[in-house]
Ligand binder design. Structure first.
Ligand code: R5P
Length: 308
């Protein structure tokens, strides 16, 4: 087994390698003067089971292209199997044609990965479950929920309730509420454009409760801020947010400071280097991914990793 890392999240890749008590594979990634990417695998991988850790996070085009080129280099170097370990699968929000003449980028990225030579995918908290079906290769889809729920339970909030900040997230939030043994509420969101959202109302009784908004990601922070305000108006005692992928921008964090959200819980699927002094708790998924890599390599079940 060999584990390699692209440049998107070297810290997470190092933590995964450390969990597996191994060194990251040697790879040179550089740029030609015109910006094209050059990759050279600096060790023999003939017949090896290769894993490449790379999130398709900001800058997504650079990180995606780097991943594709690494896969191509490994295929041509006769790797036995190439697993793309993509903790954050970007371009996933465009997963359907919801208006005329728009792309389905989640499928496009899947096709690119397979065309480059990916044999299997290991990913976490996809924007929508059905994206697994966009691949005709095996997909192992992990959940950060056991790690996030454990942290939230350890906080011993007196009266928690899980809140889905949009209708699309209800199923995932229901799973959180079951794991936490508490109720579920929903904020009905309407997106006006890429930057602005409007919360039409809160379904469920959040008065006096510690509301925990759970979402797969946040970018502008607009959803969390608007839903947070709606929860406060509906009488919530305190408002927290837990998101799997910290795509949030610096402006988004600044916006959160002006909102009722007390704390943002994220995972390290994406590096969040500047928290703008907002209370952010980063939980590592390195052990989860490392254990999944080990089990894939040894042809063992990964199902037990889904449990709390
Ligand atoms: C939407 O479907 C996603 O789950 C997030 O709610 C959304 O992408 C958050 O974006 P923003 O932080 O820009 O409101």
């Amino acid at each position: 087994m060999k584990i390699f890392a692209g440049n998107s999240n070297p810290e997470l890749a190092a933590r995964i390698a450390s969990y597996l008590k191994t060194q990251l594979g040697e790879v040179e990634i550089s740029r030609f003067t015109d910006g094209e990417i050059f990759v050279k695998i600096r060790e023999n991988i003939r017949g090896r089971d290769c894993f490449i850790v790379q999130s398709i996070c900001n800058p997504p085009n650079e990180n995606l292209m780097e991943l594709l080129i690494m896969i191509d280099a490994m295929r041509r170097a006769s790797a036995r199997r190439i697993t793309a370990v993509i903790p954050f699968y970007g371009y996933a929000r465009q997963d359907r044609k919801d208006q005329p003449r728009v792309p389905i980028t989640a499928t496009l990225v899947a096709n690119l990965l397979v065309a480059a030579g990916t044999n299997r995918l290991l990913t976490m908290d996809l924007h929508a479950q059905q994206i697994q079906g966009f691949f005709d290769i095996p997909v192992d889809h992990l959940y950060a929920s056991p790690i996030i729920v454990k942290y939230l339970l350890d906080k011993k909030l007196p009266n928690p309730i899980v809140v889905s900040p949009d209708i699309g997230g209800v199923k995932a939030c229901y799973a959180y509420s079951q794991m936490m043994g508490c109720g579920l509420a929903i904020a009905a969101k309407q997106r006006k454009n890429a930057r602005d959202v409007e919360i039409l109302g809160v379904v469920g009784d959040v008065a006096g409760r510690d509301a925990i908004m759970v979402d797969d990601l946040s970018t502008t922070g607009g959803t969390l801020c608007s839903a947070g305000r709606a929860l406060q108006q509906a009488g919530a005692h305190a408002v927290y947010a837990a998101i799997s992928h910290a795509c949030i921008t610096a402006e988004g964090l600044d916006k959160l400071k002006q909102s009722p959200v007390k704390e943002l819980v994220v995972t390290d699927s994406i590096p969040l280097r500047d928290t703008r002094d907002f209370p952010v708790t980063v939980l590592s998924v390195a052990e989860l991914l490392g254990e999944a890599i080990l089990r894939i390599h040894e042809d063992q079940s990964v199902t037990s990793l889904f449990r709390l």
